[in-house]
Design a protein around this ligand. Structure first.
Ligand SMILES: Nc1ncnc2c1ncn2[C@@H]1O[C@H](COP(=O)(O)OP(=O)(O)O)[C@@H](O)[C@H]1O
Ligand SMILES: [Mg+2]
Length: 288
């Protein structure tokens, strides 16, 4: 008994001393609002600051991060589970040497795995956290019981909405749903495809006020990205817009968002350790 407790303590200490890694889930209510483009370019923006970043496409079975980067992954999460590969072995390199894990296509039963496989997956993820300061999960559309558990385990959640009323109400519903299950995790809000600063501001106010009033929770405003045709062009060229058009409005706005995020603009940032992410994953997936 004592032996085990000591081992656990050592492990926690080791984790707390390791690279302070942060797991961030990028979600939305409505689909097609720009999650994948945001996740990819945000990851590249963070990497530009010198951080070691891992981009994790969690849109299992319908992943498209690799397409947005114009690369063809050798391995994906889908074949990691099918072929019993190690998580470490499926990390690929994208533009600017960005580390990413492709979701793959065709399979949707990733988490319907036996206990042992999933336990091993989480242990490997735990090891990975030592190497990266940021792990960004592009959560894909919709919400399954399994993806919800992933979202709830993340240390921070970035919610993407456009100024469209339907997108705002869906984002609110998503926040409410997550909040019911996990009320501690901080939410950040990013308004995408805004036509003006004014419109972006009124969008974030509307959503922020609703969350404050009805869920008694503060949302952290991460800023906004303009509606910019450059995004469409970059997607067509299969290049992240930050690399395709670094001087475009949307790229400059993205760098501002990264600055805001990294410059400790959010003072009460919780000192959550990488341990809590893994501990929660274990709790949600295994100890049920
Ligand atoms: N800031 C933007 N300006 C213009 N078009 C955008 C912007 N963000 C996203 N889009 C458009 O929306 C499409 C869907 O984006 P995507 O990132 O794939 O959304 P999601 O991952 O939420 O489904 C893109 O292919 C692009 O055409
Ligand atoms: Mg997507």
């Amino acid at each position: 008994m004592r032996d085990q407790a000591e081992k656990l303590r050592a492990k926690i200490e080791q984790l707390n001393n390791g690279a302070q890694s942060k797991s961030i889930a990028v979600v939305s209510g409505k689909g097609g609002v720009g999650k994948s483009n945001f996740s990819l370019n945000f990851a590249l923006g963070l990497a530009k600051t010198g951080a070691n970043v891992l981009l994790f496409d969690m849109d299992i079975g319908m992943g498209n991060i690799d397409i947005l980067m114009g690369v063809t992954p050798n391995h994906t999460i889908v074949n990691m589970f099918e072929d019993d590969l190690k998580l470490q072995d499926i990390i690929e390199k994208g533009p600017n040497n960005l580390s990413y894990i492709a979701a793959g296509t065709g399979l949707s039963r990733m988490f319907k795995l036996d206990f042992e496989k999933f336990n091993s997956f989480i242990t490997q993820l735990e090891e990975l956290l030592q190497e990266y300061q940021y792990i960004i999960f592009d959560m894909g559309a919709g919400i399954t019981e399994e993806s919800l558990q992933f979202i709830m385990s993340a240390q921070e959640i970035i919610v993407i909405t456009t100024p469209e009323p339907t997108s705002i109400t869906d984002a609110y519903a998503m926040i409410k749903y997550i909040n019911i299950h996990e009320s501690e995790t901080p939410f950040y809000l990013l308004v995408n495809r805004a036509y003006s600063e004014k419109q972006a501001l009124s969008t974030s106010k509307r959503l922020g006020n609703a969350v404050k009033q009805f869920l008694k929770k503060d949302v952290r405003m991460l800023g906004n990205l303009p509606d910019d045709r450059v995004v469409l062009k970059a997607v067509s060229h299969q290049m992240p817009f930050l690399l395709y058009a670094p001087d475009s409005r949307v790229s400059r706005a993205m760098l501002k968002v990264v600055d805001r995020y990294t410059e400790n603009a959010f003072e009460d940032k919780p000192t959550s350790s990488s341990y809590s992410f893994i501990a929660k994953l274990r709790q949600y997936f295994i100890e049920r």
